[in-house]
Design a binder for this molecule. Structure first.
Ligand code: GLN
Length: 288
């Protein structure tokens, strides 16, 4: 496959990388090429456009080819960059955190819709995010709720450190705390809102996941046990004990799991109304 030649401009390198990624059958070649070139040259989109005619140095080309080889080997762009945008926030990642997915924004939306319906957006709410990973859901909520406080839990100390870093970088560190523990086991009541994107892939389906998930996301953040529902069986009863009367629990679910999870919530004496399930952009029920 053609490599970038000496004297290539930023624009021509971008086009060449995009066509190589596209020829390799990767899903978003233009975007990936832009992110990789921007990362290698430390330029944002505006910088890339402004300097499009600039010639790359030999060192730039070597570096870019190395990043390109990683992408072609299946490593997700977010892992190569070490960051991912979620809810308009740039989040740092580590090997112990799942790459935040656009689907997970459905959890944030459903939680905010419920709070808005209760007129609660400006209140000093107490929020918990169980299995917080990079802190994505909690930090997105805190960025929208100026008076809220939140705590994120995780069994991974490395993930908690990443989440703390993210809170600090985003200027949310004074309203976000992070503590070690399995789901809600280390928390004491009361909470107004509890959110979680727990592992929910049935164990036997892990091997069938795409390489960018299977080889790069932490298995503990994916594997939901035999039927994928183990985490919900653990965390829903815990959450029900911690919620204020009138409080809200919102969890992400895998395809086809929304009814089973709604049933687990009913069994924990949580009320499920008609606005309790929200679909993602692909129309799949994603948040309960
Ligand atoms: N949405 C992720 C995936 O499909 C799974 C995340 C999870 O198990 N919570 O790879």
């Amino acid at each position: 496959m053609t490599e970038i030649v000496a004297g290539a401009t930023i624009d021509s390198a971008r086009r060449m990388l995009a066509s190589r990624l596209s020829a390799a059958g990767l899903e978003s070649p233009e975007l990936d090429a832009r992110l990789l070139v921007g990362h290698a040259l430390q330029l944002d989109l505006t910088g890339l456009v402004m300097h499009g005619q600039r010639a790359l140095s030999a060192a730039d080309i070597t570096w870019l080819e190395a990043l390109m080889q990683r992408r072609l080997a299946g490593e997700p762009v977010a892992r190569i960059l070490g960051t991912k945008e979620f809810w308009g926030l740039e989040l740092q990642l580590s090997a112990d955190t799942l790459v935040p997915r656009p689907d997970t924004e459905t959890v944030v939306e459903l939680a905010l819709e419920h709070l808005a319906a209760g007129g609660d957006l400006k209140r000093p709410l107490r929020i918990a995010d169980l299995g917080t990973g990079s802190g994505a859901i909690l930090l997105a909520l805190l960025s929208e709720l100026p008076a809220a406080y939140g705590v994120g839990t995780d069994i991974s100390h490395a993930a908690l450190q990443t989440a703390r870093d993210n809170a600090r970088i985003l200027g949310l560190g004074d309203r976000a705390g992070f503590i070690a523990g399995s789901y809600a086991s280390a928390l004491s009541p009361p909470f107004d809102l509890i959110v979680s994107n727990p592992p929910y892939i049935p164990s036997r389906e892990i091997d069938d996941l795409a390489i960018d998930v299977r080889a790069y996301d932490p298995l503990r953040a994916l594997d939901g046990g035999a039927d994928g529902l183990d985490a919900y069986r653990a965390l829903i009863p815990q959450a029900a004990q911690l919620l204020q009367p009138g409080g809200t629990l919102v969890v992400e679910v895998g395809q086809g799991q929304s009814e089973d999870v709604a049933e687990l919530m009913r069994a924990a004496r949580l009320a499920i109304d008609s606005s309790a399930i929200k679909a993602d952009l692909a129309g799949i029920p994603r948040a309960v």
